[in-house]
Design a protein around this ligand. Structure first.
Ligand SMILES: Cc1ncc(COP(=O)(O)O)c(C=O)c1O
Length: 407
């Protein structure tokens, strides 16, 4: 820690010297220095600390996964207990089965499940399984599905960015992927009119500001897929174990054929789950499709996932996220309105997104928020450790930050 503090403020420079982007995760690279932390060295509950000892009430939650809070005692105890017995073996560990059993008991439509490490990888598996099951090659993608699957011109290349070109992707592959904007039913219908018999999968990640009214669009996607012999897949990386335990499948009541979960499952440990209809996933049993990774059954993450999902099932986590998120969203929107600042937090209380008339205003506000000890991201994630007192303290700090934004 002493060594870290003596290096204060130079982490960004050092990182950029040795790492493209200065971070392995694009969205974590700080863009609002010097207010924004260059590095985070510790987290507990809903607070994090940077190398200079500055404390922040945190709404980034590692970009989603840390749903119970940093250094959660239940999850950490499960990891420590498993650590004493070993991390990874040459045969399956019982936790692989028991974690899959627990997961399938909580997620609607998950008749079977299997594990990988990242969302992008699990979504790539979904795409391959859907192609094998249907015999169709084309994939329709709505929203961001991880870097590995950003293949279509005009697709999301990050959660908040699209790209007209996809350098590094052969044209022959890119033309089999079709990016469709949220609720753009016209483009979707045109695509199905042109290529309906060749579409394997509609893969949808919910648009955060649109989550509350998403059900009708999901019904439309279900009907469209069914009418053309395509499968429907949900990317629940953010919405799973957050909007509801069973993500958008539970929230909308519209069941997918396949889905991928990740961020909410293991409180920060790297684990993704691909799951769905047993008859579709049985292309794996039959060996027609091989999806296999050395680390899928890594036990520390499985132990963390079992502890996290048990806590979420038993300890009222989702209602807490709804209540804390609503308190924050309502309070912040009232403060924005009172200050005459053109910013809004729009969407479901568990994952609302900043919507700004003018992007520069949002950057100015985020800078001021960092100055006042608040760490926000484009999507605002509450966790189970945010108490009413933490939210109220946040609102006081937002009030103070807004005074600086206006002057
Ligand atoms: C909706 C969505 N899908 C997929 C991914 C990719 O997951 P990973 O970064 O674990 O590959 C993300 C990550 O931000 C995401 O938000």
């Amino acid at each position: 820690m002493a060594q870290m503090q003596s290096d204060a403020t130079r982490w960004r420079e050092r990182a950029l010297a040795v790492m493209p982007v200065g971070s392995s995760t694009n969205s974590k690279a700080p863009a609002l220095l010097p207010e924004e932390p260059e590095v985070i060295v510790r987290g507990r509950g809903c607070r994090v600390w940077d190398d200079r000892g500055r404390e922040f009430i945190d709404y980034r939650n590692a970009l989603g996964p840390v749903t119970l809070g940093y250094a959660d005692a239940r999850v950490d105890a499960a990891i420590r207990a498993q650590l004493d017995d070993g991390i990874l073996f040459g045969h399956p560990h019982p936790l692989e089965t028991t974690t899959a059993e627990l997961f399938c008991s909580l997620v609607p439509g998950a008749e079977a499940a299997r594990f990988l490490k990242t969302g992008g990888e699990a979504l790539a598996a979904l795409i391959r399984i859907a192609r094998a099951h249907t015999g169709h090659d084309r994939i329709v993608q709505i929203g961001y599905n991880g870097w590995l699957n950003s293949l279509a011109p005009g697709a999301r290349v990050l959660p908040g960015a699209t790209s007209a070109q996809v350098p590094g992707v052969p044209a022959a592959l890119a033309e089999l992927h079709h990016a469709v904007d949220w609720d753009d039913r016209e483009t979707l219908d045109e695509l199905f009119a042109a290529h309906g018999s060749q579409i394997a999968l509609i893969l949808v990640a919910a648009d955060y500001p649109s989550v509350p009214g998403a059900t009708d669009f999901y019904r439309h996607l279900r009907a469209t897929a069914d009418a053309h012999g395509a499968l429907l897949g949900y990317d629940e990386m953010v919405t799973g174990f957050r909007v509801a335990l069973g993500g958008m499948a539970e929230f909308t009541g519209v069941l997918p054929d396949l889905s991928v979960f990740g961020k909410g499952v293991a409180n920060g440990m790297p684990l993704s789950v691909y799951c769905g209809r047993r008859d579709v996933l049985s292309v794996l049993d039959r060996g027609e499709v091989v999806v296999s990774s050395t680390y899928g059954g890594e036990t520390l993450s499985l132990a963390a996932a079992s502890a996290t999902m048990s806590a979420m099932r038993d300890d009222g986590v989702i209602p807490h996220l709804h209540a804390a998120g609503a308190r924050l969203q309502t309070g912040m929107n009232a403060l924005f309105a009172a200050a005459g600042v053109e910013l809004r937090l729009v969407g479901h209380p568990t994952c609302p997104q900043f919507v700004a008339e003018d992007e520069r205003m949002l950057q100015t506000f985020l800078r001021a928020a960092f100055r006042h000890g608040l760490s926000f991201y484009r999507v605002v994630y509450v966790n189970a450790a945010h108490t009413d007192a933490d939210i109220d303290e946040t609102l006081q700090r937002v009030h103070a930050a807004l005074a600086e934004v206006r002057t």
